[in-house]
Design a protein around this ligand. Structure first.
Ligand SMILES: [Zn+2]
Length: 311
């Protein structure tokens, strides 16, 4: 008799980029059974279509962990990876967002794309759990449209961690030039955006994430400013929320000790190894330009109040 397979359990970190998601992903991943893999949606591009580093220091294309994942999934070539990429972006496009909850409105093409996307995602998460010998994956993709697409299927045990950061800090982090060397460019910088763009995105991304709670998905809101000040209790809270019966590992006060993990993409902190002191990054309070600060505050104040930030 075949036993029913358990659904892959996923801690999906949703929110706006530069909110400390890579740190949270790694902190959780130090606990046995928790497999921290960064921005999962970039698997196809970073494994097959470009040269990029895994957090272990190897290229994603050559990392033994991702080799093991590929061993489970079966090898893919560049053309197939491009097709996977294109399909996932069709599924999560802004234009198709209303089709996700409205089954009768879906075109045949969209329904096929969504079914294919969900089937491949299930196989990918299962392969990650097997390669990492774990019971839960941490996916810090952040883009809520991916979580909304995954939420259309009952084949995942999806737990949403809504990571919120003060919009002024988010905007400042995107405006400020930040070094992020790549295997091909030691002088590369992280993508920059204007404060107004980030603020507009902040005002869309947060309500979209809250939509997942309205849809009945398990949901936990974590504020960056709270968890970086109290890493251990917050990590314990997230593990408990994910049904992991274990205490966080590698934390001592404001210090975290990173051992080997295999994150795709994300903040440069993903490449740090050993013990690191974590300090809240509130440089925006003293260094953010007056105009950017005004723009961000004016565009986001209703939700700033909702998330208990001072205006
Ligand atoms: Zn690796």
């Amino acid at each position: 008799m075949l036993l029913p397979m358990t659904k892959p359990r996923i801690i999906f970190i949703s929110g706006v980029g530069r909110s400390g998601s890579t740190l949270l992903d790694r902190v959780l991943g130090q606990t046995p059974g928790v497999v921290s893999v960064g921005e999962v949606y970039r698997f196809w591009s970073h494994r097959y279509l470009r040269r990029s580093w895994c957090s272990c220091g190897a290229l994603v294309a050559e990392c033994p962990f991702w080799d093991a994942v590929e061993g489970e999934l079966g090898a893919t070539d560049a053309a197939e990876a491009e097709a996977q990429e294109a399909r996932q972006w069709r599924v999560v496009s802004q234009r198709n967002l209303p089709l996700l909850p409205m089954r009768p409105l879906r075109t045949k093409g969209f329904a096929e794309d969504l079914a294919g996307f969900l089937a491949v995602r299930e196989r990918l998460y299962r392969a990650i759990l097997k390669a990492g010998d774990g019971s839960v994956v941490v996916d810090s993709t952040k883009i809520p449209r991916f979580a909304l697409a995954l939420a259309r299927s009952d084949r995942f045990d999806l737990r949403i961690v809504h990571l919120v950061r003060d919009s002024r800090a988010s905007a400042y982090s995107w405006v400020r030039p930040k070094s992020a060397p790549t295997p091909d460019d030691p002088n590369a910088r992280m993508q920059a955006r204007r404060a107004a763009q980030v603020s507009a995105w902040w005002m869309v991304s947060n309500p979209l994430t809250e939509l997942l709670r309205l849809q009945g998905k398990p949901y936990l809101r974590v504020r960056y400013e709270d968890y970086v000040r109290d890493l251990e209790p917050w990590a314990a809270k997230v593990l408990d929320f994910a049904g992991i019966d274990a205490r966080p590992v590698g934390l001592s006060g404001s210090e975290v000790t990173f051992t080997g993990d295999h994150l795709i993409a994300g903040n440069p902190i993903r490449k740090r190894m050993g013990t690191t002191q974590i300090r809240p990054d509130d440089e925006w309070k003293t260094k953010m330009g007056r105009r950017d600060r005004l723009v961000a505050t004016a565009m986001t104040w209703p939700l700033l109040l909702r998330y208990r930030y001072r205006i």
